[in-house]
Design a protein around this ligand. Structure first.
Ligand code: PHE
Ligand code: CO
Length: 273
């Protein structure tokens, strides 16, 4: 079956990635032999720069888990990471050709399988790329899958996504994903830190998210996050802050069905009123 590439939001560019390689669940082998020496070098440089920026900006759980990704001087093999990850939290990573449709994405998460794009950005995109690549997905998302509470939260999110799809509320739930898993901040003993993958894998946004005076930082409020539209191509104007992953897990544990109902009556929710 030829799978269609998937585009979120409005974009002038077709998504990258060869979806003909993907199985029906959108996963594919990591095409390791296709990486060039330049690709490995891009990964090594991205990793090195980013790792240097993290102290005092990334949360403790992320700092503790990052070394568990293993090699940093080349693109790691997904199987190498999986040996450690699976024994730590029962998660595994699977290759995908790029962004995948919502239901496929949610189903993988609900089964503790995290999709990782296998290709890497071109050298001229070193500082900025809109679509997730292997660096964003591995460096940004995978370390926290070693954290037991965060790992359980990701699975719950996947199951909640399948429900949101049935209820026509994917857009609202994906806003929550954006403001937590991608751009979340956490209050820790030494101050504000990032746990969102979009921040942790970006050289510019790390500092901006923690220190910019030009942004709002609000305590995480599920309804408010679901009513807040986001930009995919600039730094965020609003960040939501949690106190712990346990708090994130507890805030998102209740059934969201009444929340989606409530949102229907509210302007800015993205749902018909
Ligand atoms: N509890 C949410 C629901 O019932 C699902 C969810 C879990 C959403 C975790 C986000 C994170 O829909
Ligand atoms: Co991401």
């Amino acid at each position: 079956m030829a799978l269609e590439p998937h585009v979120y939001g409005a974009s002038d560019r077709p998504p990258r990635g060869d979806y003909a390689r993907a199985a029906a669940d959108y996963t594919c082998e990591q095409a390791y032999q296709l990486y060039t020496p330049a690709d490995h070098e891009t990964y090594r440089r991205l990793y090195q720069r980013q790792a240097m920026l993290l102290p005092r900006l990334a949360c403790d759980e992320f700092m503790a888990a990052l070394p568990r990704l293993g090699v940093c001087e080349r693109i790691p093999r997904f199987e190498e990471i999986n040996q450690r990850l699976y024994s730590a939290t029962g998660w595994e990573i699977v290759g995908v050709p790029g962004l995948i449709p919502e239901v496929a994405f949610f189903s993988l998460l609900a089964n503790r399988r995290f999709p990782v794009t296998d290709w890497i950005r071109r050298p001229e995109e070193f500082d900025y790329i809109v679509e997730p690549d292997v660096f964003h997905d591995l460096f940004g998302h995978v370390p926290l899958l070693f954290d037991p509470v965060f790992a359980d939260h990701m699975q719950a999110y996947g199951a909640g996504g399948l429900k949101a799809h049935r209820l026509g509320a994917c857009e609202q739930l994906s806003r929550l994903y954006w403001y937590t898993i991608e751009f979340g901040l956490i209050r820790q003993k030494d101050g504000l830190r990032a746990y969102g993958a979009g921040i942790l894998s970006s050289s510019g946004e790390l500092h901006h998210a923690i220190h910019s005076v030009d942004t709002q930082r609000l305590p995480l409020d599920i309804v408010r996050a679901m009513r807040t539209r986001y930009k995919i191509d600039s730094y965020q104007k609003t960040y939501f802050v949690i106190d712990s992953f346990q708090q994130l897990f507890d805030l998102t544990a209740p059934d969201f069905t009444p929340i989606y109902e409530q949102l229907k009556g509210m302007p800015g929710s993205g749902l018909p009123t």
